[in-house]
Design a protein around this ligand. Structure first.
Ligand SMILES: [Zn+2]
Length: 372
């Protein structure tokens, strides 16, 4: 079968490779499921791995098959798989337990304390930019056929579900928390899905991006579901408080770390700031009013929390939110899926779009590997 792989630590090494088709029996205990890949998403993570910023090959191999955002159809199941059958649509979770951290042992590998982690298409496990994969049913999420068209968005949504679940759990400390006003910093793929998830939960939502709103699809998508959109060139997050009030919840997804300090100063009392950007650079921020921020966090019982990855529960929450979104805002998720590239062999086109996304007006770029 065909797959797209990179050589770790080698820039722009992506190439089409020929591999053996996996088998159900590759997975132990009769829990194997052979999945035909239908669609796979592409994002900054794939670009950064191809750019040799990170990425680790599986033990004993010198290449890594890319891809973590996935959607496929079950072809065959092992004798101990009762929850899936051929023809079912599935999405695979990304991180696998590695067995030494206690969190891995209880299915919370997204909270692992191990430094070596196992993630499909990212670290030590081949990814889903391939025609088939075999996986244990334990790590597959069943997807209803009615949301098949947009289910390749489930993996990115799972990241947001985890963040919002953390916020909910942390805010249980308050006994009563009735948040109303939310800000989402960054309106790319993750930011827009966060705007959606918060609108589904009844928040008043204010999205912020760099680009000016005129003719900007991302801004239009915010407005289409009752959220505002502002360019930070016209209204800073700090100044936005005068217009919208302080925020009970802020979700940061810009990749630009200085904005975090602005966000910290716009939180309401008892508010929570959720950080999701992986900022791999070495930027330092001068002029941070640290006394003021510290005092406000103390006197206002404010919270800041980082969130990464997602476990099975968050994917299951995502399935429900996608279904709800399709019912409440039909067609909205499809509008986000701006760039479809047919065939894994056209991976160079995908990297071109990832690299120059702004010029293409791309929000979500994905491969169609096989027809739904
Ligand atoms: Zn991704």
């Amino acid at each position: 079968m065909k797959a797209v792989a990179i050589t770790p630590k080698e820039k722009n090494s992506a190439k089409l490779v020929e591999m053996d088709k996996p088998k159900v029996s590759d997975i132990k205990d009769g829990r194997g499921v052979l999945v035909e890949v239908l669609r796979v998403g592409a994002c900054g993570t794939d670009r950064e791995i191809n750019n040799a910023e990170y990425g680790v090959a599986p033990a004993g191999e010198d290449f890594l098959v890319l891809g973590h955002e996935n959607f496929g159809r079950v072809v065959e199941v092992g004798e101990n798989v009762w929850e899936l059958e051929p023809g079912d649509f599935v999405v695979a979770t990304v991180r696998r337990p590695c067995g030494t951290s206690i969190y891995d042992l209880i299915g919370q590998q997204d909270f692992t304390t191990d430094n070596e982690y196992y993630e499909h298409g990212i670290s030590r496990l081949h990814g889903f930019w391939a025609e088939f994969y075999a996986e244990s049913a334990d790590f597959l999420i069943k997807v209803p056929p009615k949301i098949a068209e947009v289910a390749v968005l489930l993996e990115p949504i799972s990241i947001i579900e985890k963040g919002l679940r953390q916020a909910k759990d942390i805010q249980k400390r308050l006994d009563i928390w009735k948040p109303k006003n939310a800000a989402v910093l960054g309106t790319g793929n993750v930011g827009l899905l966060t705007v959606l998830a918060l609108r589904l939960r009844g928040f008043e939502v204010h999205g912020f991006g760099l680009q000016l709103p005129d003719g900007y699809l991302n801004a239009e998508l915010c407005n289409a579901i009752g959220a505002t959109y502002d360019s930070t060139r016209e209204l800073s997050v700090t100044d936005s408080v005068k217009k919208y009030g302080e925020y009970d919840l802020i979700f940061e997804a810009t990749g630009y770390s200085p904005i975090v300090f602005e966000a910290m100063q716009t939180l309401n009392e008892n508010g929570i700031l959720i950080l999701s950007s992986v900022t791999g650079g070495d930027r330092k921020t001068d002029g941070v009013p640290s006394d003021l921020i510290n005092q406000e966090f103390v006197l206002g019982n404010r919270v800041m929390v980082g969130t990464v990855n997602a476990n099975r529960e968050h994917f299951e929450m995502g399935v429900k939110d996608i279904a709800l979104a399709e019912a409440m805002y039909p067609g909205w998720l499809s509008r986000m899926m701006t760039h479809k590239v047919e065939g894994l062999e056209n991976f160079e086109k995908v990297f071109d779009i990832l690299e120059n996304g702004g010029d293409y007006g791309a929000i979500k770029t994905y491969f169609e590997v096989a027809k739904i």
